[in-house]
Structure formats: structure tokens, C-alpha cells
Design a protein around this ligand. Structure first.
Ligand code: NAD
Ligand code: WQD
Length: 339
């Protein structure tokens, strides 16, 4: 029995492969290395002492996807991370996102629907909620009009899966991630943002490393305690473990519906300034930053109600914000040593 992990050399995928191997699963990674490196395989092996199977395939190649499933006929589940994820890029190049984030899902589902029983876990995002009206956000919060083509591909992905499971023997779990940060405690794997980081935490660590001059804080006029925007920052290892629990639920037929949706966050919101101060505490470094205007498309506040994940999925985030930031800093220092 094998587990197919698409995008398994990426940030969240690689951490999930480690946790799958820790639980004894045999993993096949499919990745086209468009936003990762084959070196990540060595990092995974260094941690688990097991090298996962790896196929360098572009999932936009329908024939390659068909051949993949012909080669590995014993795939018991798919965890589908592979996608493009840069919000700004999606606005400039929507068709790149519709092709990469939708076609790949369709080709995977076409293979799964011909199997007697199939399971898929889909990487969704709290972005589907837009600016939710109530905090913390539950899974019943309405999905709002997407604010970017990227966000739309996540909403569409959920809808496509929901439609397909009705007419097939596929069972699915949709995991709506909040804000994953940090790196494996070994610092053998972590986040590898290409170019100028768009996300807060890698920008912070690169600023602390002297790679960036200073952090721009996008707005301090939000209706929050300190005026800066609030998010739910979850340690990537906690997020990875949620995938293992979700997979075990499907494989053991414990799911109560053919599609189940879970918010995966810590349940705690942290402002940008709180993250900065927490980072300064764990790194012992003063972080240079300036307050600038709001970033287009940003929401004020998003943090998860994790009751459903805690009670139904039997999962809970364990790491604190400080622990996650410390792991991100340790990783940043490690990769700069290698440079
Ligand atoms: P990532 O870019 O680090 O990983 C994605 C991986 O998929 C990369 O290794 C990339 O090379 C691979 N890939 C992309 N297109 C492919 C294709 N056509 N064929 C084969 N491989 C392909 O991203 P991540 O941060 O690990 O995110 C993983 C998933 O989680 C994505 O679907 C993303 O939308 C979703 N997500 C991420 C976040 C976040 O903040 N990182 C939040 C919510 C949801
Ligand atoms: C967090 C906060 C920024 C950078 C994005 C995507 C979402 C998901 C996660 C893929 C915000 C502020 C940031 C900086 C700043 N990705 N910030 N200065 O925007 O919550 O979510 O990543 O699925 O879809 O939208 O995360 O890390 O970009 O920003 O002040 O240099 O930090 O304004 O308030 P975000 P982020």
C-alpha cells in the first residue's frame, strides 16, 4: 500500500512525507521541482533514514499521470499538495493558476474514480472564507467570493471534489490551512521561498539574516488591538500531522461523509507586531521594520475555530508561536551556512 504525495518536495508536502514515514507509510512523491529542489529528498532521508520513492512528473501532463497510476497500482491514498500558491502572481497570470491548480486535480481524480476505492486529501486554504464575519472561523462560515484567481482555484478544487465523490468511490478530506510557518526541528527541511518572500515569516527571518534591509509592516490602521492584521500561525509540523490523522481516518473508513472539511490552525490569532516581538524574543535580535500602507487584498483578521478538528479528527496543534518562529530562525541560519 503506497501513499501518493503530490508536491511532496514542497514546504508542507516534505514535512508531511516525514510524518507519513514516521507512521510507517510507504510514500511516492510526485513533484516537477517547479518550486522545490531534489535536495529535499536527502533532507527527508536524513530525518527518517528512509528515502521516499520519487517521480519527477509534471501533473499537467495527463498522459504522465495515467502512466503514474499504471506504474503504481497499489496507491491507497493521495495527498494533493501540488499547486501554484502565489496570490499576486495569480492575479497577473490567472491561466497559469487555472491550468496548474485545476487540470492537475482533474487528471488525478480521473485516475482515482476508476479505482474500486480511493481516498484524497486536498490542500485548501482559509482564504476561501475571505474576511469572515465571526471569529474564530468555523467550517460553517460561508465561502466568499474569491479575492484572487489563486483563492478561486481552492474554492473550485473543493467544489470539483464534492461533485466527483457523489458519482464515484472516492472519499475526500478538505483541509483548510491557516498560516503555516516554521520548519522541522532538525532543520533538515524547511521553507524555501524563491525570490523575495511574499509571506511574513520568511521575510522576517531573511531580514534578521541581513538579506533584506527591513520588514515593511503592511498597515497599522486595522481594527485590531494594535492596528496590525491578525492571522493564525500554525507550525508546519503540526499541520503535517493533521494530514496523517486525516489519511488514517479515510483508510480506516472512519469518515462520516464522503467529503469532510476541517480548519487546520492553532485557534489563536497573532498580530504582525506580536509576531515581530515574538521573533525578537526567540532570536535575541532586534528586527528592523517600518509601517507602510496596507497590502492590496489583505483581510483584517483570520483565526480558526479548531473544535471540529479537535473532536472529530482527533487532532490538535501542539507548538506555540514562539516554537514555530524559533524553528524558522534555526532553518534560516542553517541554509545560510550552506551558501
Ligand atoms: P510549495 O510551493 O512549497 O509546494 C508545492 C509543490 O508542488 C512544489 O514542490 C512544486 O514543485 C510542486 N508542483 C507545483 N506544480 C506542480 C505540477 N504541475 N506537477 C508536479 N508538482 C508540482 O507550496 P506549499 O506551501 O507546500 O503549499 C502546498 C499546498 O498547500 C498548495 O496547494 C498550497 O496552495 C496550499 N496552501 C499553502 C499555504 C501556505 O501558506 N504555504 C496555505 C494554504 C494552502
Ligand atoms: C500575513 C500577514 C500581511 C508580509 C497568504 C495567502 C494565503 C496562504 C497563506 C496560500 C498579513 C503581513 C506580510 C510582509 C507584512 N497562502 N505582512 N509584511 O496574506 O495571511 O496569506 O499566505 O494558500 O492564501 O493569502 O499570509 O504571510 O503573506 O501575511 O506586514 O512583508 O503579514 O499583511 O497581515 P496571508 P502572509
Amino acid at each position: 500500500m503506497k501513499i501518493l504525495v503530490t508536491g511532496g518536495l514542497g514546504f508542507i508536502g516534505s514535512h508531511t512525507v516525514v510524518e507519513l514515514q514516521n507512521e510507517g507509510f510507504e510514500v511516492v512523491i510526485v513533484d516537477n521541482l517547479s518550486n522545490s529542489s531534489k535536495d529535499v529528498l536527502g533532507g527527508i532521508e536524513c530525518i527518517t533514514k528512509r528515502k521516499p520513492l520519487f517521480e519527477n512528473i509534471d501533473l499537467r501532463d495527463k498522459k504522465a499521470v495515467q502512466e503514474l497510476f499504471a506504474t503504481y497500482s497499489d496507491i491507497a491514498g493521495v495527498i494533493h499538495f501540488a499547486a501554484s500558491k502565489a496570490v499576486g502572481e495569480s492575479v497577473e497570470n490567472p491561466l497559469l493558476y487555472y491550468e496548474n491548480n485545476i487540470n492537475t486535480l482533474v487528471y488525478l481524480l480521473q485516475e482515482l474514480q476508476s479505482k474500486p476505492k480511493a481516498n484524497i486529501i486536498f490542500s485548501s486554504s482559509c482564504t476561501v472564507y475571505g474576511q469572515a464575519e465571526e471569529m474564530p472561523i468555523t467550517e460553517n462560515a460561508p465561502v466568499q467570493q474569491a479575492m484572487s484567481p489563486y483563492g478561486n482555484t481552492k474554492q473550485m478544487g473543493e467544489e470539483i471534489i464534492t461533485d466527483v465523490v457523489k458519482v464515484s468511490d472516492i472519499n475526500a478530506v478538505l483541509l483548510r490551512y491557516f498560516n503555516p510557518i516554521g520548519s522541522h526541528p532538525s532543520a533538515e527541511i524547511g521553507e524555501l521561498p524563491l525570490g523575495v518572500p511574499q509571506n511574513l515569516v520568511p521575510f522576517i527571518t531573511q531580514t534578521a539574516m541581513g538579506i533584506r534591509k527591513e520588514l515593511s509592516v503592511y498597515g497599522d490602521d486595522y481594527p485590531t488591538a494594535d492596528g496590525t492584521a491578525v492571522r493564525d500561525y500554525i507550525h508546519v509540523v503540526d499541520l503535517a500531522k493533521a494530514h496523517v490523522v486525516a489519511l488514517q481516518r479515510l483508510l480506516q473508513n472512519k469518515n462520516e461523509a464522503k467529503v469532510e472539511t476541517f480548519n487546520i490552525g492553532t485557534g489563536t490569532g497573532s498580530s504582525v507586531l506580536e509576531v515581530i516581538h515574538a521573533f525578537e524574543k526567540v532570536s535575541g535580535q532586534k528586527l528592523p521594520y517600518k509601517i507602510v500602507g496596507r497590502r492590496e487584498g489583505d483581510i483584517t483578521e483570520a483565526y480558526a475555530n479548531t473544535d471540529k478538528a479537535n473532536t472529530v479528527l482527533g487532532w490538535q496543534a501542539k507548538s506555540t508561536l514562539e516554537e514555530a518562529l524559533a524553528s524558522a530562525w534555526k532553518w534560516e541560519q542553517k541554509i545560510r551556512e550552506k551558501k
